[in-house]
Design a protein around this ligand. Structure first.
Ligand code: UDP
Length: 176
């Protein structure tokens, strides 16, 4: 069967890693996501995943509620995406799926730096490539990162897993 989408990029919001309204990482949510990703992978697609970090921290909200300036809060937010990436990596690998974590910010003890050509090589080898650290820049979001990486990696489809059920011009939780 000819695949319609050979290479896809999945953006997983941090909230996909925990129960509705929860915080941090829930093992069952994580396992359920990993199982579904593997089902898609078994169709033969190449999969890159950009992970968010909102289940731990969102820089803008956190800086407003603390004495921590936005830029530092954003770097903290980027670090939380590395935590999610490591959790997803271990879960996928436990289920037999080879993975790599590449980060836009250097955390050399646990993941590799994002290098476009290397990411493409991993994807071509059938390795699920988890992209952490957002764009590596404060004042951006992991959604922007997903669009950026989707373009860089020449994916056929960018898809977002989130609890918001559509595309809105404003936050649907605040503005019905
Ligand atoms: N972040 C950032 N630059 C980026 C990506 C993310 O500064 O390129 C920070 C920002 O503080 C953001 C946090 O990391 O709030 C977590 O990412 P995001 O809010 O996009 O996560 P999601 O809503 O997808 O869970």
């Amino acid at each position: 069967m000819e695949l319609k989408y050979k290479r896809v990029l999945l953006k997983l919001s941090g909230e996909s890693f925990c129960k509705n309204g929860g915080f941090g990482i829930d093992g069952d949510c994580l396992a359920s996501i990993a199982e579904r990703i593997i089902q898609v992978k078994s169709l033969g697609m190449q999969i890159a995943i950009v992970v968010g970090g909102g289940n731990f921290l969102r820089g803008e909200t956190f800086s407003k509620a603390s004495h921590i300036p936005r830029h530092t809060a954003d770097y903290m937010g980027m670090l939380t995406t590395v935590i999610n990436a490591c959790a997803l990596q271990e879960t996928l690998e436990k289920l037999g799926q080879p993975t790599r974590v590449m980060s836009a910010i250097t955390v050399s003890a646990i993941c590799e730096p994002f290098i476009r050509r290397k990411a493409i090589k991993y994807l071509d080898q059938g390795i699920i490539t988890i992209l952490a650290g957002g764009t590596g820049n404060p004042f951006f979001s992991t959604d922007t990162c997903a669009a950026l990486r989707a373009s860089e990696l020449d994916v056929n489809l960018l898809i977002k897993g989130t609890k918001v059920d559509g595309v809105y011009s404003d936050d649907p939780k605040k503005n019905p």
